[in-house]
Design a protein around this ligand. Structure first.
Ligand code: GRG
Length: 308
């Protein structure tokens, strides 16, 4: 009745996203009860975990699981675990020793509210909880759960988020003589900081749902394209938004220091690149039933067409 098909329109897709994020939010809320001991750390965990993110990683995980024939409940513990890892990375990313941000999702950052000490502890606790979560996966063979945990945790460490962040920090203030070297640096950062967790989300969902190795691989490739595309679109929006808002061509100055796709290849080529990644993402889904793949096809279009 309320499942998406290839005939669905954008409003039905938005309703689908809303339904998914509601069930994820409910599960997340239950996962971190506000109680003693360490009430303050739990508050800090909840502050970032339950603030208004788009829940893209859980949605990818659940949609991939359903696409290969699993149920939402089959992958819910991993959907929550992925959002916990995402929240953990955001808390760390905003710290003074990293990006030093005071605002996130329109609210003061975690360390601004709870202090740096509590923010770091909340971040570590969220990773611990993420892994713990995964053992509540009823009716799924333990081999599958183990394989999914391995994939998920690989996306956190030196093959994933940590690698991307380290490269990002190392590149600060660096200048690149060759556009090719700049592009390589930029792709490394985004593949590790963004695409790796999105890829893991789809792969973990497909593993839990009982997908074949080929299905798992296709979904991983799809999500990797979507992750990279997300960043290309983000960079383009940064330039176009800032020049619009300032009513002049000040976009470049606003972005001073930070390497972006428009800086390396220009706005037009960046837009083309995003379109190409969207086509590539869709191609990886071609072997699937088009009605069942509808949520993921919509998600790719939604990301490439978003305006802010
Ligand atoms: C050990 C977990 C851990 C991380 C260490 C700090 C760090 C390394 C990595 C930083 C990872 C990071 C913050 C990457 C940026 C990813 C990104 C695209 C964030 C924005 O994602 P959205 O748009 O955000 O999905 P919302 O707010 O919607 O959830």
């Amino acid at each position: 009745s309320h499942s998406l098909t290839s005939e669905s329109d954008e409003s039905e897709f938005m309703a689908y996203m809303l339904r998914k994020s509601k069930s994820v939010n409910k599960a997340l809320d239950g996962a971190v009860p506000l109680c003693e001991p360490v009430l303050k750390i739990r508050e800090a965990m909840r502050y970032t975990l339950l603030s208004n993110g788009k829940r893209v990683r859980p949605m990818l995980c659940l949609a991939a699981c359903e696409l290969v024939g699993g149920h939402e409940s089959t992958a819910m513990s991993f959907a929550c675990a992925l959002e916990m890892i995402h929240a953990s990375s955001i808390i760390l990313d905003d710290l003074p020793c990293m990006d030093d941000d005071s605002l996130r999702r329109g609210k003061p950052t975690n360390h601004k509210v709870f202090g740096e000490d509590s923010a770091v502890l909340a971040s570590v606790a969220l990773i611990g909880l993420a892994v713990k979560q995964t053992s509540s996966s009823p009716d799924v063979p333990p081999e599958r759960v183990l394989r999914a945990v391995q994939v998920m945790m690989r996306a956190v460490g030196t093959e994933g988020l940590v690698a991307g962040q380290a490269e990002d920090l190392a590149g600060e203030g660096m200048s690149f003589e060759e556009n090719e070297a700049a592009l390589e640096h930029l792709e490394f950062i985004h593949i590790h900081k963004t695409a790796s967790l999105l890829e893991a989300a789809a792969v973990v969902g497909a593993i839990m749902g009982g997908g074949s190795d080929e299905e798992i691989e296709r979904l991983g490739k799809y999500a990797r394209c979507v992750g990279l595309m997300f960043q290309v679109v983000d960079d383009v929006l940064d330039v176009t938004k800032s020049s619009e808002e300032l009513g002049k061509t000040a976009g470049k100055d606003v972005m001073a220091g930070k390497l972006t796709y428009p800086k390396v290849m220009g706005v037009e080529k960046s837009r083309e690149y995003a379109e190409r990644l969207n086509r590539e993402a869709r191609e990886h889904l071609r072997g699937f039933d088009s009605d069942k793949a509808a949520p993921l096809l919509f998600l790719a279009d939604y990301i490439v067409n978003r305006q802010n």
